[in-house]
Design a protein around this ligand. Structure first.
Ligand SMILES: Cc1cc2nc3c(=O)[nH]c(=O)nc-3n(C[C@H](O)[C@H](O)[C@H](O)COP(=O)(O)OP(=O)(O)OC[C@H]3O[C@@H](n4cnc5c(N)ncnc54)[C@H](O)[C@@H]3O)c2cc1C
Length: 593
């Protein structure tokens, strides 16, 4: 059975040495008093909860899965309900929620760090509270004062959970063709009808009520995405005091039997004239839902980071224990018949690849979450705008690049176990299966790459990308004379130049032919992802160079060197692919495939 210990040393390195969060928070009045000790003790307690309460349910939850009992009733695997009760009792759902609604008002990045640990422990379980927090954020941003008063305290406490209901049988990536209907009743409420599929945490026995956020069309709404509205549809209709009452006809028809995340109920949700209330403006539902979707995209990044971390931990333990052959330079462990497999170059390649992606992923995603705190709460409007632009630009990277890397990482982790990796009881194949969904939901990684290239980069003439470039330039200028840094600054500047050149080439071609964008988008995202990771690895290398005597920093420096020598070079191939143009992909008529 796999084990998990939260990587507190590395989490603290990112928070305090890399991001210097205590200083950053001093500029945000709401968090100015928060000190490092408080942050550390919250996360240490969170680490204990994740490892002791949630992780032991991971393998059993995968084996048992969810059960559709009949008549819309679904049971989560054994132990999930009790663990959720402990989560609520511990006040964990409230961590970064608004104090006005019973939250603890801690910064978003604290919640994110906590979610990394929960996801390492058990991704399927973590999706129940994860979607609830997303629903909380959408309602917090777009709900009416009455809606906020009624729903936010219950979502904050975790007494009620939330879902996001977008997907329909015929409509996944292309929400413009969704069909669910909302008829106004005349008293401010609506009757919603339609079928939603693949709804995560859509039905379960963990909480007394479920609040569905549902996309549907009003009568006469314009076609496409401009005619979609967002509705709150509770499972049980609450009275004004928040007591759940009448059962609303929003029911689970069945649950999916799927490749991974078996402990999370993926539901068909039938709405048969279910009562709902509009959130935000008519026909502007996607705008409101994007709050939840963007949060969920960062959430997928945290799911992926968490999975890669736990897979790395277990493959490392195994690689130090399992003995096969002697080391190429001669025996290192003469007391045993063979040396541990960590002496072999290819096993080290697989371990280093995981380590390099995990540690850069953590640095990047925590930094992004800190930028969300600045975007939402910094007193200076210019800082808020700067952070909002960076978050918008890099959200597709945290979703797609981190999840793509994690799929690679979990496969490496499994491979380190050889044949035992393929055997269920070791738990490694579960990590691979669970990781696979992260490339698909919340907008497939192909859709993320289109979002990055078309909407985030080309649509504003590269303005947001230039903002990120300025951070890199400033770092390079600041560190140019620093002993040992040239080794890291050169490849960082080089990949920066290459991204600028590539973007400059695609832009004009796209004006002639949009297929030049769609054909280049996926390799383009990988190249920009590496620009981001190069920036964070160069920063981490700088800290390590300043602290060379200590083993933790020795490993950091070695991992930085591995990243630049072995992983970054894949960008050469992706740049060639992005440059290859659209004809090579689009030239062949579909009937000739
Ligand atoms: C386990 C699970 C949980 C989920 N949870 C939720 C949930 O909670 N709420 C919810 O609303 N949905 C949920 N989903 C749905 C999920 O978000 C969709 O499956 C996903 O967005 C893809 O939609 P689709 O399956 O219809 O695929 P399609 O949109 O049909 O796509 C099929 C393929 O075509 C590609 N493609 C489509 N259009 C383009 C394009 N323009 N350019 C390039 N490639 C393209 C896609 O990348 C994909 O590879 C979940 C799905 C699963 C499997």
């Amino acid at each position: 059975m796999p084990s998990y210990t939260a990587p507190m040393r590395d989490i603290q390195f990112v928070l305090h040495e890399l991001l210097k969060v205590e200083d950053a928070l001093k500029e945000i009045p709401a968090h100015a008093e928060l000190d490092a000790d408080t942050l550390n003790s919250v996360l240490e307690e969170g680490a204990r909860f994740a490892a002791e309460v949630i992780q032991p349910l991971n393998q059993s939850g995968d084996e048992e899965g969810c059960t559709y009992v009949g008549d819309g009733v679904v049971h989560a695997p054994k132990g999930f309900k009790e663990a959720y009760a402990q989560y609520v009792e511990g006040g964990w759902p409230a961590l970064s929620c608004d104090t006005e609604y019973g939250g603890q008002g801690l910064p978003h990045f604290v919640n994110n760090a906590f979610y990394e640990m929960l996801n390492s422990a058990n991704q399927a379980w973590t999706m129940y509270p994860g979607l609830t927090h997303g629903a909380y954020e959408a309602l917090h941003a777009h709900g009416t004062p009455q809606q906020k008063q009624l729903y936010l305290p219950k979502l904050t406490s975790g007494e009620w959970t939330g879902t996001m209901c977008l997907t329909e049988p015929h409509c996944g990536s292309d929400l413009g063709i969704l069909k669910a209907k909302a008829e106004p009743v005349g008293d401010g409420s609506y009757l919603i009808s339609g079928t939603k599929i693949f709804i995560s945490s859509g039905e379960h026995d963990l909480a007394e009520n479920i609040i569905h956020l549902v996309l549907a069309r009003l009568p006469g709404a314009p076609e496409g995405t401009k005619g979609i509205s967002l509705f709150i549809v509770p499972k049980f209709l609450p009275d004004a005091s928040g007591k759940p009452g009448e059962r609303n006809p929003v029911k689970c028809g069945s649950i999916e039997h799927k490749m991974g995340i078996h402990g999370n109920a993926t539901c068909v949700i039938n709405l048969d004239g279910a009562k709902g209330w509009l959130v935000g403006e008519e026909n502007r539902g996607l705008n409101a839902m994007f709050v939840m979707m963007n949060g969920a995209r960062l959430g997928v990044g945290m799911q992926s980071l968490g999975l890669a971390e736990v897979a790395l931990q277990n493959s490392l333990i195994y690689a130090k224990d399992r003995v096969q052959f002697r080391a190429a330079k001669g025996p290192v462990n003469r007391d045993k018949p063979a040396d541990p497999i960590i002496v072999h170059a290819d096993v080290r390649r697989m371990l280093f690849t995981q380590k390099a992606y995990v540690e850069a992923g953590r640095a990047f995603s925590y930094w992004l979450a800190l930028n969300i705190d600045k975007e939402l709460s910094h007193p200076d409007e210019a800082v808020r705008k700067e952070s909002a632009d960076l978050v918008a630009l890099l959200t597709p990277i945290v979703k797609a690049f981190v999840s793509d890397n994690t799929f690679e990482c979990t496969n490496h982790a499994l491979q380190c176990f050889g044949g035992h990796g393929f055997i269920k009881e070791w738990g490694m194949e579960q990590f691979v299966r669970d990781a696979r969904i992260n490339l698909i939901y919340e907008g497939t990684n192909a859709i993320q790459s289109l979002d990055l290239l078309a909407r985030k980069v080309l649509a504003d003439g590269g303005a947001k990308l230039k903002k990120f470039g300025k951070l890199i330039q400033a770092f390079v200028v600041e560190n140019q004379g620093h002993a040992g840094m040239q080794e890291f600054l050169e490849p960082l500047m080089d990949i920066g130049d290459k991204v600028n050149k590539l973007t400059g080439e695609i832009g004009p071609k796209a004006q002639q032919n949009q297929e030049e964008v769609t054909a280049a988008a996926v390799p383009y995202l990988r190249v920009v992802g590496h620009l981001v990771y190069s920036y964070f690895w160069a920063q981490m290398a700088r800290i390590a160079l300043d602290n060379q005597g200590d083993d933790f920093y020795k490993a950091k420096l070695a991992t930085a060197r591995f990243y630049f020598a072995k992983l970054l070079p894949e960008t050469a191939g992706y740049i060639r692919q992005a440059r290859a143009g659209s004809e090579v992909v689009m030239g062949l008529p579909a009937e000739l495939f």
